[in-house]
Design a binder for this molecule. Structure first.
Ligand code: ADP
Ligand code: MG
Length: 487
């Protein structure tokens, strides 16, 4: 026999996999299924007996009854609630409750029909998702902030078209606002001579090959040319593959490098010149001698003679300076020496000149002896040149401090004056042969100084402030004191 409708409903009710209950309007559970008992972690007998019903379940029913009132008057057809439920095993469930009303033939409300679903997992996942999303947003935000504040230029490109530039990038490219650059092709920024390099790297990116760092010659928006060095990494921007490049302006270093190369070349030229200088020095001496002889006999042309003599002196002076340039090989004859002694000798030699101009040279040594490998005459030349420049810079008199100290197998000599100082342009020009601000200067002194120190494996640096003074720091590698000098 085919079961009647009531049987089918009853069967569906008891076997349903979601919790179900018929609840009276005064809050009693008339009928419940096993799925609800399992969900709430209680027995059917407990739930259906008003005296034994657990407090948590009672709260839940009370909540349903309270919220269900509008359903009785047909204001609402169905109500969806979400309610927490403390499970007897100690965890908290998030229950989705759907409530409707069962009515009789006359359409009068009989009781609530409630269905219970466990939404805990979904809610947990939602919270987790929300958390991850905020976390991701925060990360994106801090990444963006990092890019915005980075002192290096950052560009994001998609197939060579600029999508993003940070403020340092704007500055590097001399652009006023981002709009000037967005959508622009990197081909129009990078010099044509570097286009091969550019497209080769682009190809490598999109075929997932690794690429190293690169140097480009670029044209800024204002036409200025710069050398930049940088590297790029593939990233995902708005779901698309893109390339993030980080660049640094290295024009200054490159120019410095070019200038150094130029000065290397010039020092070779200097050596050639020195060969010639050597050849003309002797005749000059002879001419000088004859001049003196002539002057003693011919008095009338006194004026011309003194001009010739002073000009000859100047030539001799320049020739002498040039000659020093020609002697880097002298370093091959270098031997261990106490630098303190050299400096002391130079100070003694220069103090006459200094005191004539009201200048005091104040040495300060932390040690009695500092040993280096070097060529004494050349090193003397270095400190003579530095002291001469310091003296010439101090028109008002004052003090020149010389600090000598060792640090990490190096000796440092600071020659600090209180003279006129140098502007940035002057510092940049220093080292270029024949750069001088002095009427009778040769502009060779510093170049010679630099050359000698370089040949001794050392370095020279300068800090200068106009009207404040200048400090030259010479650094030379030290050696262990030779045994024969230790008594
Ligand atoms: P010269 O002394 O013949 O001019 P140098 O090569 O020794 O040539 O120096 C080049 C220039 O550098 C000087 O003319 C001067 O302008 C500047 N200079 C060098 N040393 C100093 C210093 N101690 N203070 C200020 N200016 C300096
Ligand atoms: Mg000089």
């Amino acid at each position: 026999m085919f079961p009647n409708e009531e049987h089918i409903y009853d069967f569906a009710f008891t076997q349903a996999s979601i919790g179900m209950a018929l609840i009276s309007f005064d809050g009693f559970l008339i009928k419940i299924n096993t799925a609800l008992c399992d969900l709430l972690g209680t027995h059917m007998e407990e739930l259906t007996s008003p005296s034994r019903i657990p407090q948590e379940a009672q709260f839940l029913i009370h909540h349903i009854v309270q919220h269900g009132i509008p359903l009785q008057t047909k204001v609402l057809e169905k109500l969806l609630l979400e309610q927490y439920y403390n499970h007897p095993l100690g965890y908290r469930l998030s229950l989705g409750i759907s409530i409707s009303i069962i009515r009789d033939h006359h359409n009068l409300p009989l009781y609530y029909f409630a269905q219970f679903e466990n939404k805990t997992m979904i809610r947990q996942m939602e919270t987790q998702f929300h958390f991850t999303k905020t976390n991701l947003h925060e990360k994106e935000d801090s990444f963006q902030q990092l890019l915005e504040r980075l002192p290096l230029a950052v560009l994001i490109t998609d197939h060579g078209v600029i999508q993003y530039v940070n403020p340092s990038g704007l500055q590097l490219l001399q652009a006023e606002c981002v709009d000037e650059l967005i959508g622009m092709s990197t081909n129009s920024i990078v010099d044509v001579s570097n286009h091969d390099r550019l497209s080769e790297r682009r190809k490598k990116y999109y075929s997932h090959k690794s690429v190293g760092s690169v140097i480009y010659l670029i044209h800024c928006l204002n036409g200025q040319q710069k050398y930049v060095e940088g590297f790029s990494i593939p990233i995902t921007l708005n779901g698309k593959r893109a390339i993030l490049g980080v660049f640094k302006d290295i024009s200054a270093q490159t120019i410095e490098g070019e200038r150094l190369m130029q000065s290397e070349k010039l020092s070779t030229a200097g050596q050639l010149a020195a060969g010639i200088a050597h050849e003309i020095r002797n005749p000059l001496t002879a001419i000088n001698g004859f001049m003196k002889l002539l002057r003693s006999t011919e008095h009338k042309k006194e004026h011309y003679f003194s001009i010739i003599e002073s000009e000859l002196k100047r030539i001799e002076f320049i020739v002498n300076e040039l000659l020093v340039l020609s002697k880097p090989q002298a370093v091959h004859h270098s031997k261990p020496m106490n630098l303190i002694l050299i400096i002391e000798q130079v100070i003694t030699f220069m103090s006459g000149q200094a005191s004539m101009r009201n200048i005091e040279i104040l040495p300060s040594f932390t040690e009695q002896s500092i040993w280096i490998n070097g060529e004494a005459n050349q090193l003397k030349q270095v400190f003579i040149n530095l002291l001469k420049n310091a003296i010439e810079a101090m028109n008002q008199g004052g003090t020149i401090h010389i600090y000598v100290f060792t640090c990490n197998n190096e000796v440092r000599v600071n020659v600090q004056d209180e003279g006129c100082g140098m502007t940035e342009e002057q510092i940049k020009a220093l080292g270029q042969p024949f750069f001088t601000t002095k009427e009778t200067g040769t502009g060779l002194g510093f170049m010679i100084t630099h050359n000698i120190i370089h040949n001794h494996g050392g370095a020279i640096s300068i800090v200068s402030e106009p009207e404040q003074g200048t400090t030259f720091t010479v650094t030379i590698p030290t050696i262990i004191e030779p045994e024969e000098t230790i008594k």
